[in-house]
Design a protein. Structure first.
Lengths: 133, 53
């Protein structure tokens, strides 16, 4: 993620990493390897699990957060929720695609259909296109 | 009947407020959701430090 932060910043996206670890664990973690020491975005401590619970990504058996991504719009609305099983990592290209698609569809009456990419025109959402997607 | 309590999904809902302490570039900082008003924000939940993200 640290390697891709600039791409998100380029899209005007702020990032917060969150786990239920203490801030002290975060400090040791962040300072433990050269790649992590590059991280400039905040690593939030959700030690009482409140945030993970509120955002419905808490694994109650382990008291830890599931691997999850929540995308919040400038208006403060939750626009995307992704949750992964323990054994599967995230796809950064997909996150970037979702952000670009959200930004593309915001403020126009268009939709970004399956496999939309930034060079696609998108679909105008109107009666005539119903059933043709 | 009570077992079937419907839990409303969060998609397109107002993001619930949160605040807390964070580690950022060697420092302890306090942040909250309101610090990110008018910006796209991505919350990156992960299981624990020293696991893969």
């Amino acid at each position: 993620m640290a390697d891709h932060y600039q791409e998100f910043q380029g899209l005007g996206v702020e990032v917060i990493a969150i786990s239920t670890d203490s801030i002290y664990a975060h400090k040791i973690f962040a300072q433990s390897s050269p790649s992590l020491s590059k991280v400039t975005y905040p690593i939030l401590s959700d030690h009482n699990q409140q945030i993970a619970q509120t955002y419905q990504v808490l694994n109650k058996d382990t008291g830890t957060a599931n691997r999850a991504v929540i995308i919040i719009s400038p208006e403060g609305l939750i626009k995307c929720i992704l949750q992964y099983p323990n054994s599967v990592g995230r796809s950064i290209p997909e996150l970037i695609r979702v952000i670009q698609a959200l930004q593309f569809t915001q403020g126009n009456n268009k939709g970004a259909p399956a496999n939309w990419q930034p060079n696609n025109e998108g679909l105008t959402i109107q009666w005539e296109t119903v059933g043709k997607i | 009947m009570e077992a079937n309590t419907y839990q409303e999904g969060l998609l397109n809902q107002i993001a619930p407020y949160f605040s807390g302490t964070a580690y950022q570039q060697g420092k302890e900082v306090t942040l909250s959701l309101t610090d990110f008003r008018q910006k796209w924000l991505m919350l990156f939940f992960y299981g624990g430090d020293f696991t893969f993200v």
